[in-house]
Design a protein around this ligand. Structure first.
Ligand SMILES: CC(C)(COP(=O)(O)OP(=O)(O)OC[C@H]1O[C@@H](n2cnc3c(N)ncnc32)[C@H](O)[C@@H]1OP(=O)(O)O)[C@@H](O)C(=O)NCCC(=O)NCCS
Length: 180
């Protein structure tokens, strides 16, 4: 059995180093600009952020701005020819109230539905298990496919927060309890 590593910061740093399985086409890297910028433009205008009215440039700012409690990762996908593309991003806020908060998970449309999102979340869940932490995230209620995605991965709805990001839009807070 793996020994608990209670230092969540260390586990988050290791996510980017650990995550290359022999047979998997997916990898996690620490986000670095401009090397990993190629998925920013395809992601910025998509849902759920379009309806929430996020301004042009929001993702670039989010990924590159100074924020010492935000762990930012590029999600990479290798194709059949061996070319590696930046396909999306994951950002985890830690410390947060009572455990890490998965604040952003975004896969570019051309790479959606291939298992990369589930791969990234599974790695994060593993890191939370090692640290025996609760892992949190939220989804917009107008994004029911994403809610299903998280519930399939073991997240449970805990509360609906109306008007959190924008008036008229409710966010659902979800918890994955990795303490046991
Ligand atoms: C949701 C998301 C992170 C899932 O990652 P992924 O690599 O595409 O998903 P996987 O291949 O691992 O799993 C497939 C499931 O993802 C979800 N999914 C796929 N495309 C999606 C999209 N455009 N929007 C929302 N959910 C989507 C669905 O639940 C899908 O299962 P289904 O086909 O049975 O409905 C990704 O599609 C995405 O970034 N979507 C747009 C932004 C978003 O909704 N982010 C999450 C909440 S803020």
């Amino acid at each position: 059995m793996t020994k608990p590593v209670r230092d969540m910061r260390k586990n988050l740093r290791l996510l980017a180093r650990d995550a290359h399985d022999g047979g998997s086409p997916f990898r996690i890297a620490r986000f670095a600009a401009p090397r990993h910028a190629e998925a920013i433009a395809p992601i910025e205008p998509i849902e759920p952020w379009a309806s929430l009215g996020y301004p042009a440039g929001w993702l670039e700012k989010y990924l590159t701005g100074r924020d010492t409690a935000l762990y930012r990762f590029a999600l990479l996908r290798e194709n059949e020819s061996g070319d590696v593309a930046t396909a999306g991003y994951m950002a985890v806020r830690f410390p947060w109230l009572v455990g890490p908060f998965l604040e952003l998970l975004a896969i570019a449309p051309a790479h959606q539905g291939l298992g990369l999102g589930a791969f990234a979340v599974a790695r994060l869940q593993q890191a939370a298990h090692l640290a025996e932490r609760q892992l949190w995230t939220s989804v917009a209620l107008h994004n029911p496919r994403a809610a299903r995605f998280y519930e399939r991965l073991g997240f449970a709805p805990t509360a609906d927060v109306p008007d959190l990001l924008r008036p008229g839009f409710t966010e659902r807070l979800l918890r994955y309890d990795a303490r046991t």
